[in-house]
Design a binder for this molecule. Structure first.
Ligand SMILES: Nc1ncnc2c1ncn2[C@@H]1O[C@H](COP(=O)(O)OP(=O)(O)OP(=O)(O)O)[C@@H](O)[C@H]1O
Ligand SMILES: [Mg+2]
Length: 292
């Protein structure tokens, strides 16, 4: 499904990466971690279940794990996931990264910050809710907005905000930084699903600005579809906003890799010749030649 590409090598990016490594330790937590579990999400599928039951079929879990490993190895961190244009797989990737992170034992918060298309909120079986950020005190841990997954106690979810006031509140880099800071103190990983960088975010939080406030930003590119100029423009916007763009993720959904094509080819063998099917599947999964 996805594969990583080489990281962009512009000077600015390198500088921001270095800066992020040397970044001073965040202020110690004033409030204890979120423990309240008032609301419980309906069953959130595991990565395996989601892949089995939908048309989402990355070549292997190795791929999402590899992306996860390189994107989210640092300590406590926030990751903004964005795309160049709509429908490139931003939400799918944010969801899968958060699931993988939770499955690896990290206390993970997934946030829907796309008011235009709150697909993630629906996927998680929730509804948008008023965040009322402007009226909150500095001690507020936002726990009333956070739902814990019934399936995975490490996975938490914050549905999209329904109030324009909160979106306006987050249009300021300092305030966005503070918002993420509050959450980073409570979770190992905070993953934010956002709108595309090049979209007119008149009624939405600006993903580039949010990227500037987060620890890291990942840009999703739809392989064979996203035009080069859109990618270049997105990278520039993100860098100008001070985002720590740690790399891009190619979503191969509409241009299947050789591995995916071969999986499709051997699928009829699954019931008739399970032994052969499993052997072939193993070979395909572990083949380095078929990697790209
Ligand atoms: N890797 C994938 N495998 C299967 N389907 C995919 C994949 N990536 C994207 N899709 C399909 O494309 C649709 C759009 O994906 P997604 O919602 O993640 O895009 P988006 O970039 O978040 O869009 P928007 O900017 O409008 O929120 C999904 O509903 C899903 O059906
Ligand atoms: Mg989306």
């Amino acid at each position: 499904m996805v594969k990583e590409t080489k990281k962009p090598t512009s000077k600015k990016k390198t500088a921001s990466k270095t800066a992020s490594k040397k970044a001073p330790a965040k202020k110690p937590a004033k409030k204890p971690a979120v423990t309240a579990r008032k609301k419980v999400t309906p069953k959130t599928p595991s990565v395996e279940a989601m892949l089995d039951n939908s048309n989402l079929r990355p070549t292997s879990f190795t791929e999402i794990s590899r992306v996860h490993k390189s994107a989210m190895t640092a300590g406590r961190s926030s990751m903004v996931v964005t795309g160049s244009r709509h429908g490139e797989g931003t939400t799918i990737l944010a969801h899968m990264l958060a699931l993988r992170s939770a499955e690896s034992g990290k206390k993970t918060l997934l946030i829907d910050l796309n008011m235009r298309n709150s697909f993630l909120t629906s996927l998680m079986g929730k509804e948008s809710t008023g965040w009322a950020l402007a009226g909150r005190t500095q001690e507020d841990t936002l726990e009333d907005l956070i739902h814990v997954s019934e399936e995975n106690p490490n996975l938490y979810f914050m549905p999209a905000p329904s109030d324009d006031m909160s979106v306006r509140f987050l249009r300021d880099t300092q305030r966005a930084r503070y918002f993420l800071d509050v959450l980073e103190r409570q979770f190992d990983h905070v993953v934010v699903d956002t709108t595309p960088v090049t979209a007119l975010n008149r009624f939405n939080v600006d993903s580039a600005m949010l990227g500037g406030a987060a620890t890291r930003t990942t840009l999703v590119i739809l392989s064979g579809k996203t035009p080069l100029d859109a990618i270049k423009k997105s990278v520039k916007i993100l860098q100008d906003a001070g985002a720590n763009l740690d790399g891009v993720v190619m979503n191969d959904w509409q241009s299947p890799s050789w591995k995916e094509r071969l999986f499709k080819l051997i699928r009829p063998l699954q019931d008739r010749m399970p032994g052969l099917y499993n052997w072939l599947q193993h070979k395909i999964v572990h083949s380095k030649e078929l990697e790209y």
